[in-house]
Design a binder for this molecule. Structure first.
Ligand code: SF4
Ligand code: SF4
Ligand code: SF4
Length: 356
């Protein structure tokens, strides 16, 4: 299943889980269950990154490493040798700066910083059936390690390829990503990476202010910018916004994502089909088990197993599972795993009984 197809799947799942559970009460949080309600968030914070201003000094990486108490980097922050290859975020690197092709002759290199985009309607949150991710009203997409069951749907769902996983930790590995320095936002402070940047390649303010600032720059210097603010509409909008002097593909940004948020992918096609939406939790649980049993099943077997689960699990199984999922707020991780195991065994037994 490719990332795009998975987004469709998680959109449907988000609808189902939304119906099954209740919104967490914390006043600054909006969970995957109520993502539709956050659209806009005009007063949320945003960062505007301007590729014209970044000099590739990597001080933002250093500041992030320090602020987030991350391990020593593989390559020192002063070492420009890292630009020889394109890097991505990983468990000990929440943000990276990559180098891209030359600007117009004599103008030097282009650099772009990557981190979580803090999507307005995040696919990671839609895909997470235990609601480990939450979209806060200040714009941050947060991750609650206590809720996470390690299924890694969020990694498959993220269109920006951001969440990483602590594969090297045998016991209880976690998903990792940029936090938007949520502890600093709570004090109305800008993120550490923004604060340290010597060229002000990043500006921090409300999303409305940052969009206004971005438009101002484009209008004032039309020869220096493509006429597009990346993140204003992509995937339903993001709280990190980008300006570039060259088409965004040339600085490694996807232009094929469209403007629909993850949760909207299936609302037209599948949202009106109750049976299908009721079965999505079963599908997710099947996929979860497959992730857990990946050593046992070859890929074809896994695909077949999922198809069987979807085909065989009736609406009744979907209803029971939805009820269980609605209780997950009260359950600890072990209990969640137990519930998932029970549901899976039921579905597998049903499949076997019916001779498939
Ligand atoms: S600190 Fe600023 S100029 Fe330096 S690499 Fe980061 S974004 Fe670019
Ligand atoms: S960029 Fe990925 S991890 Fe970050 S909020 Fe969006 S979907 Fe979630
Ligand atoms: S916002 Fe904070 S966590 Fe995210 S990249 Fe910047 S310093 Fe790192």
């Amino acid at each position: 299943m490719n990332r795009r197809k998975f987004l469709g799947a998680v959109g449907a799942a988000g609808l189902t889980v939304a119906g099954a559970g209740k919104v967490l009460a914390a006043d600054k949080q909006v969970t995957g269950a109520s993502i539709k309600g956050v659209k806009g968030l005009p007063d949320s914070y945003a960062v505007l990154f301007d590729c014209n201003r970044c000099i590739g000094c990597r001080q933002c990486e250093d500041a992030c490493n320090y602020e987030q108490n991350l391990p020593e980097p593989d390559v020192d922050f002063w070492d420009t040798g890292v630009f020889e290859r394109r890097r991505r975020t990983d468990w000990k690197t929440y943000t990276i700066v990559n180098q891209y092709d030359d600007k117009p002759p004599g103008a030097g290199q282009l650099y772009r910083k990557t981190q979580c985009m803090h999507c307005m309607e995040p696919a990671c949150a839609s895909s997470c059936f235990v609601r480990a991710f939450a979209k806060r009203h200040d714009g941050a997409v947060t991750y609650d390690a206590k809720m996470c069951v390690g299924c890694r749907y969020c990694m498959m769902a993220c269109p920006f390829n951001i969440p990483a996983y602590e594969y090297h930790i045998a016991s209880d590995p976690l998903v990792t990503k940029c936090t938007f320095c949520e502890h600093r936002l709570e004090k109305d402070e800008e993120p550490a990476c923004v604060e340290i940047c010597p060229t002000r390649a990043m500006e921090f303010g409300t999303r409305q202010e940052m969009l206004r600032e971005a438009r101002r720059r484009i209008v004032e210097k039309p020869d220096s910018y493509v006429e597009h603010i990346y993140g204003e509409h992509e995937m339903g909008g993001t709280n990190w916004l980008y300006l570039s002097p060259v088409p965004f593909e040339q600085v490694g940004m996807r232009m094929d994502l469209g403007t629909k948020a993850a949760g909207e992918f299936t609302s037209g096609a599948l949202g009106g089909v109750p049976l299908i939406t009721a079965l999505w939790p079963v599908f997710l649980v099947g996929a979860y088990a497959i992730a857990k049993r990946k050593e046992k099943y070859a890929k074809e077997d896994r695909d077949k197993y999922v198809s069987q689960l979807i085909a065989q699990a009736g609406p009744e199984a979907g209803r029971r599972l939805a009820e269980r999922l609605s209780k997950t707020e009260k359950l600890d991780k072990a209990a969640i795993e137990e519930e998932v195991r029970k549901a899976l065994d039921e579905a597998a037994a049903k499949t076997e009984r019916e001779g498939h």
